[in-house]
Design a protein around this ligand. Structure first.
Ligand code: B12
Ligand code: SF4
Ligand code: SF4
Length: 259
């Protein structure tokens, strides 16, 4: 295949797509500018079973002949974060933004896929969420671990991917057989203040059920809270059954919104 695709091509594509999407009259705009990285699907991804689920897929499991992993981050607007700051339960807009962002992640991935397929390449993708093992609470394709390996961000104590725009947002990823150069946005070892040796741990204080600990996340405790919220909160009435939200550990923090 002699068509050359550059990281810049894909960044321009998602930026233009987002700009048009944000001003659609039928859409509420929850987002800031998207971030995107590309990484050659090489031996760096062999680490995934060791750092995520032990049965995590490799890029070539998802797409035989995979050459490149593409990961993007849709960062929320700060006003949405402020709205979800208070109290122990999520606000309705946090839940609406969750649903809308999952849809947007699918649309953005389709847009990237269409661009590549039109140029003769193959693409594979997975959904934004709810593709996880309900016992282990881990997915076989974890966008945040792919984001880590690809240089889109680093893990915070809150177990979230902190990108150059912060951690309050959502991730999507794809695999293609197009050869696209590496384009990391983060080269530093850590972005989390505490992991860099500074005082912080604000995310630990924020979790209403003590699921965030200095030593790591208690996934089951968080999941129980998300399910409780979905069943019991009036603020989530009428929303999709899969709208499992809280997000107190990603707002009102020094790492929530940066860049
Ligand atoms: C399963 C899942 C959950 C589970 C488990 C949470 C978790 N921490 O993974 C539950 C249901 C509890 C959950 C809750 C939430 N989720 Co969730 N969830 C997922 C899902 C489907 C898979 C994640 C996964 O596989 N985790 C596996 C385990 C292993 O991850 P982990 O324990 O956090 O990983 C730790 C280890 O890897 C450890 N580690 C150990 N050794 C080593 C070595 C090295 C070198 C490294 C780097 C790390 C490492 O460090 C990591 C961080 O602590 C993804 C969607 C997807 N398919 O990717 C969304 C996803 C992770 N969730 C997301 C969000 C936003 C949430 C919530 C805020 C809910 C909400 N929207 O209100 C909360 C936040 C909870 C939290 N603080 O982590 C976002 C994260 C965005 C971001 N900035 O990172 C994702 C990516 C969805 C999306 N498409 O954007 N979620
Ligand atoms: S709140 Fe502080 S300790 Fe927690 S993830 Fe963010 S920077 Fe790290
Ligand atoms: S989403 Fe809520 S319950 Fe889960 S870890 Fe974050 S603050 Fe705690």
């Amino acid at each position: 295949m002699d068509v050359e695709i550059t990281p810049r091509n894909l960044r321009d594509l998602v930026t233009a797509f987002m700009r048009e999407y944000q001003v659609r009259p039928d859409i509420r705009n929850w987002w800031r500018a998207p971030l995107l990285v590309t990484a050659r699907a090489d031996e760096r991804f062999d680490v995934l079973p060791a750092i995520a689920a032990e049965n995590h897929l490799s890029p070539s499991d998802l797409l035989p002949g995979a050459e490149t992993v593409i990961v993007f981050f849709l960062s929320f607007q700060q006003s949405l974060g402020r709205e979800n700051d208070g109290g122990k339960f999520p606000c309705r807009n946090w839940a609406l933004a969750y649903e809308a962002t999952n849809e947007l992640i699918g649309l953005m991935a389709e847009q990237i896929a269409a661009y590549l397929v039109e140029r003769g390449f193959k693409v594979a993708q997975t959904p934004a969420t709810h593709n996880f093992d309900p016992e282990k609470l881990a997915a076989r394709w974890s966008h945040k671990h792919l984001a880590f390996v690809s240089g889109l961000g680093r893990f915070g104590i809150n177990a979230q991917m902190i990108t150059p725009a912060g951690c309050a947002g959502r991730l999507g990823s794809l695999v293609t057989n197009a050869v696209i150069a590496d384009s990391p946005l983060v080269e530093e070892d850590e972005l989390c203040l505490y992991k860099r040796g500074e005082a912080c741990l604000k995310c630990v204080d924020r979790c209403p059920v003590q699921a965030v600990e200095e030593s790591g996340i208690n996934r089951q405790r968080c999941w129980d809270r998300l399910k409780f919220n979905r069943i019991h909160l009036d603020a989530l009435a009428g929303m999709q059954d899969s709208t499992h939200v809280c997000g107190k550990c990603v707002v009102d923090l020094p790492c929530s919104f940066t860049g």
